[in-house]
Design a protein around this ligand. Structure first.
Ligand SMILES: *Cc1c(COP(=O)(O)O)cnc(C)c1O
Length: 258
């Protein structure tokens, strides 16, 4: 079957344009399939080097800035977990993805969160990675009650003490954990961090591992460690990461945000 021209596939618009769109879609599918395969090779190598199993690792494809059509293509290639960092963007995208497939995907919220967006996030997120202050615990707990579900959350740990990049200081984690576990509508599942800028990631991920181990002594179910991005995930795997948040290695370089 050829995609070019074929008037049979056209519902309005010019046949040549429809053919070109289909060609572009096929080319993008090939590109994404190659990126998934290459990323899986890197993940397998990182797991092997760390003496761990691939099955211990969840790949979260960070689809921020990329269209719903890319999410649908990756879903057709077997990916189910997608990460986003802007509430408005993911709400629109999630609707388009839901309209384009049966079953749907799992959305992870990985960005800086504002209190007034918590109810919306509680409505769609499978896992909120970025809880870093008490007011978010309160707002997410309330939002989860309103939408009638229990919400899984991670505590974001600051590894560089730069408040503009998000995250709570390690010494504030026990207090936040207590607040989450005191909220029946929330479930504490673990920790998340972003490597510091301009410093080697491995020692930072080692500090995250210590924070995770301390947390698990009090809350044995808080087993998730969300760490590692396209450039540094091998170091994260070596330090016990369970959820890898990978964007550009899968989708390509993000278009500059105006
Ligand atoms: C964008 C983003 C990622 C993915 O980064 P890449 O370098 O593109 O893999 C991971 N985590 C968070 C919190 C992000 O904002």
């Amino acid at each position: 079957m050829t995609f070019a021209g074929g008037g049979r596939f056209v519902r309005g618009g010019c046949p040549a344009c429809t053919g070109r769109l289909l060609d572009e879609r096929v080319a993008r599918r090939d590109e994404l399939a190659e990126a998934v395969a290459a990323t899986e090779v890197r993940i397998a190598a990182a797991a092997r080097a760390a003496g761990r199993e691939r099955s211990e690792l969840t790949l979260v494809a960070v689809s921020k800035t990329w269209p719903a059509s890319d999410v649908l293509l990756l879903a057709s290639l077997g990916l189910h977990d997608f990460g986003e960092n802007r509430v408005q963007e993911v709400v629109r995208k999630a609707a388009d993805v839901a309209a384009g497939m049966a079953g749907g995907v799992r959305w992870h919220f990985v960005g800086r969160l504002q209190r007034n967006k918590c109810r919306t996030v509680a409505g769609f997120a499978t896992l909120v990675h970025s809880v870093d202050r008490p007011e978010l615990v309160t707002a997410l707990a309330g939002g989860a009650v309103v939408v009638g579900r229990q919400l899984d959350v991670l505590l974001q740990v600051s590894l560089d003490r730069d408040p503009s990049r998000g995250g709570a200081l390690p010494r504030d984690i026990p207090g936040l954990a207590g607040a989450v576990t005191a909220s029946p509508s929330l479930r504490l599942r673990g920790v998340m961090a972003v490597a510091p800028l301009g410093a080697p990631p491995r020692p930072a991920f080692a500090r995250l591992r210590e924070t995770s181990e301390a947390l698990r002594r009090d809350y044995p179910d808080a087993v998730i460690v969300s760490a590692g991005m396209s450039e540094d995930f091998a170091d994260a795997v070596a330090e016990g990461a369970t959820h890898l948040r990978i964007g550009s290695a899968l989708f390509g370089k993000r278009p500059a945000v105006p």
